[in-house]
Ligand binder design. Structure first.
Ligand code: KIV
Ligand code: NA
Length: 266
């Protein structure tokens, strides 16, 4: 298998081959997902809520994310590693975005970065891509703006909002973005954006008429105790892990573990 790299994104769209992306925040999961054939591993700022037990993505810092990016980059053999720029690390200027993105590549080993927003970050995207840093955009429900939206709510409903979303997507593509994530967008709006863009769209809660899908791995694998409507559970990893831990506790307490086969002779 050849490594999946940025130039394969547009090629996949042209060939009609659906793209696959999963989040990963550490080496063991990155290794498993890479082996499973996932095209892209996203070290998302969803690390804040999913791994660090914050209420949402807002509090996670660049310094917290870098070791996760480094672990995923070391473990990935084929997948493209994408690092999110977390809240507060890029919005105020293209230069700030550049400085943070450079850390994600130089210290983290990421191949690309992802940031949220449309026209308001077009200049950021242009500086990064002009500087050799591939960028993936993120539109629709953008979790870093959760406090403006007033919660996790579908975005792009209604003609005006749908038109604005398409304008934002076109601006990102024009600025040099390699792909755009569309999160919690009505399926017909995501389909329209997918049709008008030459770069791929990667949906999460955006229906089937997009160029690829992304999920938070804990939602995908049934690892968490809750998952959103758009996240199908493809496994029950949380239940399997709980059962394994409970068996371990039982066997240590009963004396069933360890046996001679687990012990060393003198
Ligand atoms: O941080 C994240 O996990 C994301 C995906 C849900 C797209 O941005
Ligand atoms: Na994110």
């Amino acid at each position: 298998r050849k490594p999946f790299r940025v130039h394969h994104l547009a090629a996949a769209k042209d060939a009609g081959r659906p793209l696959t992306m999963l989040t990963a925040y550490d080496a063991p999961t990155a290794r498993i997902f890479d082996d499973a054939g996932v095209d892209m591993l996203l070290v998302g700022d969803s690390m804040g809520d999913n791994m660090l037990a914050h209420a949402n993505t807002i509090p996670v810092t660049v310094d917290e994310m870098i070791p996760a990016v480094r672990a995923v980059s070391r473990a990935a053999r084929h997948a493209l590693v994408v690092a999110d720029l977390p809240f507060g690390s890029y919005e105020d200027s293209p230069q700030h975005a550049f400085a943070t993105a450079v850390r994600m590549l130089k210290e983290g080993g990421a191949h690309a970065v992802k940031l949220e927003g449309g026209r308001r970050v077009a200049a950021h995207v242009k500086l990064l891509t002009d500087s050799g840093i591939p960028v993936i955009g993120h539109l629709g429900f953008t979790p870093q703006s959760e406090n403006i939206f007033g919660g996790k709510r579908v975005q792009g409903r209604g003609d005006e909002a749908a038109e604005a979303l398409c304008e934002d997507a076109l601006a990102l593509a024009e600025a040099g973005a390699s792909a755009v994530v569309l999160e919690m967008v009505p399926a017909p709006v995501a389909a329209r954006a997918t049709e008008i863009l030459a770069i791929p769209t990667i949906g999460i809660g955006a229906g089937a008429e997009v160029d690829g899908q992304v999920l938070v791995w804990l939602d995908m694998a049934g690892m968490g105790d809750w998952s959103p409507r758009f996240a199908k559970q493809f496994g029950q990893v949380g239940a399997a892990l709980r059962a394994a831990a409970a068996s371990y506790v039982d066997e240590v307490r009963s004396g069933a573990f360890p046996q001679a086969e687990h012990s060393y002779e003198s």
